[in-house]
Write a protein that binds this ligand. Structure first.
Ligand code: ADE
Length: 292
């Protein structure tokens, strides 16, 4: 029974209000393409009679027949249940009647990557630093809850307002057991090489420390206003550059030196030399930058 794992989890968490019927969802325009179907803007008519704007991740109607797509849908929902932080996209509920949908908080301004590429000249360095800080706060929450995101990148960092970061896309997220300090990837998935730490590329090991590496690549995307990290290099070439030759992405012109120093720290070769998100949060809490 395909509904079993998802429903039992929803029920176990005591979040029965998570079940939404598709009759209460009125789809609006398309926001983008997710891994298992389209992402739409929608109006959700809640039980209390209020209507709220939401983002809806649809499972393609043909996807139930596609191997793996339903599993991905369940994994993403399971990862989102119980997450509650102002800098993470919140799960509102799921619809388990056709079409299957994940109903979540809307980040109305879209991804920081799209925004930077379209409107870079309107975005001040002070705002970029504020984004860096809020992404760090969201990641520090995940670190405290022992979740490894595995796909942190500017394309997955959304904005609900110009100064309100919402990290999204929890499709690859993994929970670490108390005795584990990393997750060894066994599934065959495309992984985004330019955001990967050397131990991900060499040993498929993902941890808070590899999220930290990806965080610094995300900062690099932000301070270059949306350039492609390691453009023109294959995965093998990137590994050669970062692992054998010790190269790192260059300081973006707009990046304050204190922030570039943080990025280089996050790109330490040894995982244990990289800062925790808890330590980075403390840095952002206390740092005084000249640009601000
Ligand atoms: N694209 C993917 N998820 C989204 C969300 N929650 N809000 C806006 N756009 C999105």
């Amino acid at each position: 029974n395909r509904e079993e794992p998802l429903y039992s989890n929803v029920a176990r968490e005591g979040a029965v209000s998570c079940l939404i019927t598709s009759r209460d969802i009125e789809l609006k325009e398309r926001l983008g393409q997710g891994s298992f179907g389209e992402v739409m803007k929608a109006e959700w008519k809640r039980e209390d009679g209020r209507t709220v704007l939401v983002a809806v991740k649809m499972l393609r109607s043909d996807a139930l027949a596609l191997q793996g797509a339903f599993g991905e849908f369940v994994k993403e929902v399971n990862a989102m249940i119980g997450l509650n932080h102002p800098n993470l996209i919140k799960l509102y509920g799921v619809s388990l009647s056709s079409p299957y949908m994940i109903v979540q908080e809307l980040a109305a301004l879209g991804s920081v990557l799209d925004r930077l590429r379209k409107e870079c000249s309107l975005t001040s360095v002070a705002i970029l630093v504020e984004w860096a800080k809020q992404i760090c706060n969201g990641m520090a929450y995940l670190e405290r809850q022992r979740w490894v995101h595995r796909d942190l990148a500017a394309r997955n960092v959304l904005l609900s307002a110009l100064n309100k970061i919402k990290i999204g896309d929890f499709g690859l997220m993994k929970s670490l057991n108390p005795e584990e300090d990393c997750y060894v990837m066994t599934e065959h998935k495309k992984i985004p090489f330019p955001w990967c730490a050397p131990e991900c590329l060499k040993k498929r090991q993902f941890s808070h420390a590899s999220d930290c590496w990806a965080y610094a690549v995300t900062l690099w995307e932000i301070f270059t206003f949306g350039e492609h990290p390691w453009a023109g290099n294959t995965g093998a070439q990137i590994l050669q550059l970062i692992d054998q030759e010790g190269q790192r992405l260059p300081k973006p012109k707009a990046c304050p030196p204190e922030i570039y120093r943080i990025m280089l720290h996050c790109w330490s070769h040894r995982e244990s030399d990289r800062p925790t998100f808890a330590a980075l949060t403390e840095f952002f809490r206390t740092v005084q930058l000249e640009v601000l």
